[in-house]
Design a binder for this molecule. Structure first.
Ligand SMILES: *Cc1c(COP(=O)(O)O)cnc(C)c1O
Length: 390
């Protein structure tokens, strides 16, 4: 029998990190001692008190059954309380919070709720691949908003043609940003609210890195801005904040009607987040936040070591104020793909070529600081020895 993938599936590029993982495995098989700075997956274990909460919850019969729905009210209340404390934003846990099996899941499914064929989706590039790939599955069209260094890696809303904006169903933004590590103040959010009101576009702000900030500079929530809750939602993840990537838990919050749409898609696709994992989430959000401080300290130290080291080697790179990514300009006469191959072949270092996040990522390479400082120092020593073509 002939087995054909759907046209939608054929349209999708191979998922970036799966491809990088393949290359990494090949290098390992050839005996290379690989230092993986590729995928943004914290190497720090989930704090004990969170694991313990899940451990306890797992033994309770109720938690072993279908969770169904938008999440335990207790989890959504924990989110609302955390939000109030962190951003001074009030959320109604009954209608303005939906639990997600990781924010990636919600970012994907929001398209199914609001994107019809021929609708546009406004997507930043370089960017997290799911914003655009979700559009392809929903049958819509992506309009890419380039993030350029000269604009501090913020989208230029004025450059979006009115005809595109009129057909747009969703607009994605993401600060602190992956992959550029750029941050924004509330001015961008204010502009986005006005733009969304003018063209009737639902705003989706991905705040996965809101807690991974340095030097005490706390990023703002999109929902802090006047009018934001009328036009959009914010995605959050426990993955990076509490080192819980494997657990699959996050949430979306904000506009109740938008969340209703997302919840309806989810009712038809999944049956909710494992309740023991939701209890772990409650423990994370309501427990001692010292573990988050510790996490920030670890990554800040690594950032200082790694960026400082790259500066000494004359790399052009800014010190990130948030996220655990270093977005560095590639050496002259290199494309991002060639730079990434060179790093792997001559130094055994896995890093992600900027082009993988979109055409405006060309000229950059992304290092994820997901190895301890000794290995980062080792990586720097290996980078020093690379013979770049002049
Ligand atoms: C890691 C990441 C996420 C998603 O994480 P989940 O584990 O699915 O919660 C979302 N957005 C960006 C930009 C990320 O880097």
């Amino acid at each position: 029998m002939q087995i054909d993938f759907s046209e939608k599936l054929k349209k999708l590029p191979p998922y970036l990190f799966i491809e990088i993982d393949k290359k990494k495995k090949q290098a390992k098989d050839q005996g290379v001692d690989v230092i993986d700075l590729g995928v943004g997956d914290p190497d720090i274990p989930t704090p004990d008190h969170i694991v313990e909460a899940a451990n306890k919850a797992m033994r309770i019969l109720d938690n072993q059954r279908y969770p169904f729905g938008v999440g335990l009210l207790e989890f959504r209340q924990a989110v609302a309380d955390w939000y109030k404390k962190r951003f001074k934003v009030t959320l109604d846990p009954a209608t303005e919070v939906v639990a997600l099996a990781g924010s990636k899941e919600g970012i994907y499914h929001i398209h199914d709720a609001f994107v019809d064929p021929n609708d546009d989706v406004l997507v930043p590039e370089p960017g997290y691949p799911v914003y655009a790939n979700g559009t392809v599955f929903a049958g819509g069209q992506n309009y890419f908003m380039p993030l350029k260094k000269e604009n501090n890696f913020l989208p230029d809303l004025q450059a979006i043609p009115a005809a595109v904006a009129k057909k747009a169903a969703l607009l994605f933004i993401n600060y602190p940003n992956n992959p550029t590590a750029a941050c924004t103040d509330k001015k961008l959010f204010e502009k986005v609210v006005k733009f969304a009101q003018r063209y009737n576009i639902i705003v989706c702000h991905d705040a996965a890195y809101s807690e991974m900030y340095y030097d005490g500079e706390k990023p703002a929530s999109f929902l802090e801005v006047d009018g934001a809750k009328e036009v959009g939602i914010e995605f959050h993840s426990l993955s990076k904040t509490y080192c819980m990537t494997g657990w699959r838990i996050g949430w979306a919050c904000g506009n109740a009607k938008v969340l209703q749409g997302l919840a309806k898609v989810k009712e038809n696709v999944d049956s909710g987040v494992f309740q023991a994992v939701q209890y772990a989430g409650i423990a994370a959000l309501t427990g001692d936040q010292e573990c988050v401080d510790k996490m920030r300290k670890v990554f800040q130290e690594r950032r200082d070591i790694f960026v400082g080291g790259l500066w000494k080697l004359n790399w052009k790179v800014d010190k990130p104020k948030a996220s655990f990514y270093v977005w560095a300009e590639v050496p002259p006469r290199y494309t991002s793909m060639l730079c990434s191959s060179k790093l792997l072949e001559q130094a055994g270092i896995v890093a992600t070529p900027g082009i993988g996040f979109g055409p405006s990522g060309e000229g950059y390479i992304r290092f994820a600081l997901t190895q301890d400082k000794k290995l980062l120092q080792e990586a720097l020593q290996r980078i020093e020895k690379i013979k770049w073509q002049k």
